[in-house]
Design a protein around this ligand. Sequence first.
Ligand code: ACO
Length: 333
Amino acid sequence: MYSSKIVSLGHHVPDTVITNQYLSNLMDTNDEWITERTGIKERRWIDPKVDTVANMAAKATRMALQRANLTEKDIDFIVFATITPDYFFPGSGVLLQRELGLDGRIAALDIRNACSGFIYALSVADQFIKTGMYKTILVVGAEIQSTALDITTRGRNTAVIFGDGAGAAILQRSDKQGILSTHLHSDGRFAEELYVKDPGSSRPHAERQPEQILDTTSFKVVMNGNQVFKHATTRFMEVIQEALDQNNLKKEEISLLIPHQANLRISQYIQAKLSLRDDQVYNNIMRMGNTTAASIPIAMSEAWAEKRIKENDVLCLAAFGSGFTWASALIRW
Ligand code: ACO
């Protein structure tokens, strides 16, 4: 069995900064409410004339390749996590493959596990490297949420949370065991607590008439915030502990925890429960908002560039999201 290691990271976020003040011009909200409940001060939203999920992913990928002195041709396989693909189908993996000029040469796989998507994608990539099938895998999380938000007062409980962006990790076969373990879970009983219904195929034909389709509320995010908060805090703790137990490590030995940037209050709850110092937890939700599958790779890429992740560090990734799904990864850098 081979081992895998993250050899590089990159990210890309759109230029347009959306402040809480700006949102208060669109809907009945204010900076104080958003800051207190979510910790978010600003987020990035795309310019639809410039950005697509696939081209943001390509920019993040090129940063990662450049930082490791690799080229597109070194990539053997793409695993792409997103719940906001450019098209309903095909998935974003093939569009990224096209952007990278790797026509017809490599396979691309799409993962739709929302906020846990990046760790699911990392786990899939890790298994392909362990078995010897591939040597270099591009793992991407990228989202455009802004175009699916209800930016009126009706949608304010979710519209203020989400942002756009992309992050990329390059995973390679290695002599050293970088990815120590990954842990994946799901519980579909809670699917409708955080979801977007359409364009779902479960609607009868009669409900697919033009006037119904024009009622776009079913295309917007529905979230039961209290339920999400309750389950997220429990599952984050469980899945982090599971990763530590499997590797005989104690919580004090975590060099850096990068939680999915769901909500600063959730990250702070986990930090307090694990008694971690501020320098042991990385948060960027204040600047980026919640970018779903992109949040962990963007945060990792920033933390690495800021030298917050060093050789031999124990890095813990953890996520919770729609499904519900939750996951963790423990990495020796
Ligand atoms: N601005 C001002 N007022 C608002 C806003 C807003 N943006 N959104 C909701 N409100 C109002 C509501 O209308 C309600 O008013 P009312 O009491 O007059 O009816 C009041 O604030 C409380 O509304 P709730 O929806 O109950 O808000 P809550 O206090 O639960 O906070 C929040 C919402 C922040 C989402 C909270 O539920 C939470 O932290 N949930 C955790 C889930 C989460 O963070 N999800 C992120 C994405 S999912 C993921 O990544 C896993």
